[in-house]
Design a protein around this ligand. Structure first.
Ligand code: VGL
Ligand code: ZN
Length: 201
């Protein structure tokens, strides 16, 4: 068992990010058994859940004429327009049925404001609106994070970069993540994480 200063953060292991889902990540389901096994080493386990209203502005459907995976300008900067995914309460938003959810003490939902996307578990995409996870972890004395889940180059990378910025020692277990890899996004995310001092295990 690892010390109480360490937490495992399991990012968005939800049906819509697994094969057959609305925004399927290749091999997204392959990481589930390994994540379940890793949970047994941690006293603190947090799950995140992408949790969008149907009118969410990250959905291409809510921008007439826009194609999925195109870019748009939001007040906070560029935003990829995604196929509708992880709609609150839908089967696609549920955790993968094989994911062990009982060991988690905390489930943090993000992306619930129609006008702001939230890739990171810590801050929404305006980079200033907090989710509250920083306070939860710090008030529990957690200093060191291991991050796993979906997708490596979006929600995992944004979470790991914010974790490093917030002073946590962060490691991404690449073998327990899978990537979307949109226009070089994986290489760019790995480069940014390396420069930020995120461990890539
Ligand atoms: C994610 C795109 C849109 C992710 C979430 O979990 O990486 N990617 N929403
Ligand atoms: Zn999303």
């Amino acid at each position: 068992m690892r010390p109480a200063t360490e937490a495992l953060i399991v990012i968005d292991v939800q049906n819509d990010f697994c094969p057959g889902g609305a925004l399927a990540v290749a091999g997204g389901d392959e990481i589930v058994p390994g994540i379940n096994a890793l949970m047994r080493e941690f006293q603190t386990v947090v799950l995140t859940q992408d949790w969008h209203p149907a009118n969410h502005l990250s959905f291409a459907d809510n921008h007439p004429g826009a194609a999925p995976f195109s870019l748009t300008d939001m007040p906070y900067g560029k935003q990829v327009l995604w196929p509708a995914h992880c709609v609150q309460g839908s089967p696609g938003a549920a955790f993968h049925p094989g994911l062990a959810t009982d060991p988690a003490q905390m489930v943090i939902r993000k992306g619930f404001r129609p006008e702001i996307d939230s890739y990171s578990a810590f801050f929404e995409n305006d980079r200033t609106t907090p989710t509250g996870l920083d306070g939860y972890l710090k008030s529990r004395g957690v200093t060191t994070l291991t991050l796993v889940g979906l997708a490596t180059d979006f929600c995992v990378a944004y979470s790991a970069l914010d974790a490093a910025q917030l002073g946590f020692q962060a490691t991404v277990r690449r073998d327990l993540c899978r990537a979307i890899d949109l226009n070089g996004s994986l290489a760019s995310a790995l480069d940014q994480m390396q420069h930020a001092g995120v461990g890539l295990g």
